[in-house]
Ligand binder design. Structure first.
Ligand SMILES: [Zn+2]
Length: 162
């Protein structure tokens, strides 16, 4: 990969299916998936399933809570599987594509934002909403190490899979 990376207005909602979380029963990696067709929006019903212990739960409501500092999912409030302490904060990702986005964005030497063809300079894009500590130059090495830990966590979930 080159040293240029252009964020194209990706939004967190683009990365909400599936969300990897810690299973409430066995503490291994569980998945939250959308039960309605893609495009049903953030309030589409969700299902939490764990392939290790067969735990399953359903969510359908009209409100979600999102605390940026709490690395939990919006629906079942379970801790995200992909999270690690970093720079006194928590570095987290919803799933593999989200982690790949952060990786690409944060490891690029040239950070630039492209104008989205549909929504212009989307202020809801992940790139424009990343907390300052993540993009601070002085934190770059530590954030890079944090991303490596998250990739390890992803491998752990996949390698131990049934
Ligand atoms: Zn489980």
């Amino acid at each position: 990969m080159g040293d240029r990376f252009t964020a194209r207005g990706e939004q967190l909602e683009d990365y909400l299916d599936p969300v990897l979380v810690v299973c409430p029963r066995c503490a291994r990696c569980a998945h939250i998936t959308r039960r309605a067709p893609a495009g049903a929006g953030p309030f589409a019903p969700r299902r939490l399933t764990c392939t290790y212990c067969a735990y399953s739960d359903e969510w359908s409501a009209s409100q979600i809570k999102r605390g940026w500092h709490e690395a939990r999912d919006d629906f079942f409030a379970q801790p995200l599987w992909l999270q690690t302490p970093c720079c006194g904060e928590t570095l987290w990702a919803y799933n593999a594509p989200h982690l790949a986005f952060l990786d690409g964005y944060l490891s690029a030497n040239l950070r630039e934002r492209a104008r989205s063809e549909t929504s212009g300079w989307a202020n809801r894009s992940i790139a424009s909403r990343l907390p300052r500590w993540i993009i601070a130059a002085k934190h770059r090495d530590e954030v890079t190490r944090g991303l490596v830990r998250l990739r390890g966590r992803l491998t752990e979930a996949g390698a131990a899979g049934p």
